[in-house]
Ligand binder design. Structure first.
Ligand SMILES: Nc1ncnc2c1ncn2[C@@H]1O[C@H](COP(=O)(O)OP(=O)(O)OP(=O)(O)O)[C@@H](O)[C@H]1O
Ligand code: SF4
Ligand SMILES: [Mg+2]
Length: 353
């Protein structure tokens, strides 16, 4: 069987830490105060494993994922570290936002696919030229070989008539087609880390299934680590090994996927899961919204950000301090006073103050 990345690097050992993000913070000064859309986010991406990042719109998922590649606009003050492991670990946060060092990482070692494919392509060059440029930069000097790899990747993501399509410009592609072309470009160099921000939302179910399978195949071949942002809990169940639930710029719960579905501990995670009809917890289940709205992350007082919406809040406790991250078992963490060490509050009590 031919592999997707026949000339790329050998697979990394499963479970090896590939990228460690520590205490990521992002601040944006505004007229009304300082916006803090990412506030102390840490996680590790491991070879051959997929971490799902879920949470309502505006919780900071995209900003977090773009921080990993230094792609956010200059106005954001970003701190923390993003260490790309290897023979010589590099802290990507120490690199200049648009310098040559970060550019040699983008695409080759860490690739990204996002919601809006138009931003991935220049309107001035053909789709094939742009995918081949990536392949020529990182995989081969031979143009014919680059074209062959490009055609192969285009077919693999479900672009019919790839021989003709390869010489077309982005505006000649429909939105769904551009999405597939972007995925082909991202996977063409066999990256160690793939950041996927809602990559298949715009695709129909059949193509979505093909693309997800392609990602899994590449993950098996190369031990690629994936950060998968999605609103689709069916995809989380199918694709992810671990899940990080984000709320108001923070990870409020982080656990293996089975644990999240079976024993969610944070009231917000519970709310998200409870809002889905039981029968819908299959392929089609999407993140439902729960009562209330996410506050703006501007000059927040030290208290639980979920307080106003939480059905089990504890007045006098949750609204006077910031809940610390608590470890429950070896690989499950949660930020909630109900799970604080020595907490004397029942786990399930409903308090409506
Ligand atoms: N360029 C920007 N300028 C100002 N505020 C921004 C900018 N980009 C994002 N934000 C704000 O930061 C917060 C987090 O945005 P982000 O795009 O990361 O959310 P998200 O979790 O990816 O949401 P979605 O699920 O809708 O994609 C939001 O409140 C958003 O309004
Ligand atoms: S800390 Fe309190 S308000 Fe926040 S989620 Fe836990 S119980 Fe609810
Ligand atoms: Mg987003």
């Amino acid at each position: 069987m031919t592999t997707i990345t026949d000339t790329a690097r050998p697979a990394l050992a499963a479970g090896t830490a590939v990228l460690r993000a520590t205490n990521l913070c992002s601040e944006l000064p505004t007229e009304n105060g300082t916006l803090r859309p990412v506030d102390g986010v840490s996680f590790t991406l491991r070879a051959g494993r997929t971490l799902g990042l879920v949470g309502e719109s505006g919780s900071g998922k995209s900003l977090t994922s773009r921080m990993l590649l230094r792609l956010n606009p200059k106005g954001f003050r970003e701190t923390g570290s993003v260490v790309l492991e290897g023979d010589e670990p590099i802290d990507l946060m120490e690199l200049r936002r648009d310098g040559p060092a970060i550019r040699s990482v983008r695409g080759r070692r860490v690739a990204m696919i996002f919601q809006e494919p138009m931003t991935a392509f220049s309107p001035l060059y053909t789709i094939g030229d742009q995918i081949m440029e990536m392949i020529l930069l990182h995989r081969t000097d031979d143009r014919r070989e680059a074209r062959r790899i490009c055609l192969d990747m285009m077919r693999k993501v479900g672009i019919a008539d790839a021989e003709r399509r390869i010489d077309q410009y982005p505006h000649e592609f429909s939105g769904g087609m551009r999405q597939r072309a972007m995925i082909a470009m991202a996977l063409s160099c066999g990256p160690e880390v793939l950041i996927a921000d809602e990559p298949t939302t715009a695709l129909d179910v059949t193509i979505q299934a093909q693309v997800l399978e392609l990602m899994r195949q590449l993950q098996r071949e190369l031990g690629m680590a994936i950060l998968f942002i999605t609103h689709d809990l069916g995809i989380v169940a199918e694709m992810c090994d671990d899940v990080a639930v984000m709320y108001l710029g923070r990870i409020v719960e982080h656990a293996p996927v089975r644990e999240i579905f079976r024993r969610p501990r944070h009231p917000y995670t519970r709310g998200l899961l409870d809002a889905i009809p039981k029968l819908g917890r299959g392929r089609k289940a999407r993140l439902a919204s729960i009562e209330g709205t996410v506050p703006q992350a501007i000059d927040l007082p030290p208290m639980c950000g979920f307080f106003a919406r939480c059905p089990v809040r504890i007045p006098g406790v949750c609204d006077v301090r910031d809940p610390e991250e608590v470890r429950i078992g070896s690989d499950h963490t949660v930020r909630c006073e109900r799970h604080a060490p020595g907490a004397r509050f029942g786990d399930e009590t409903e308090v409506r103050a």
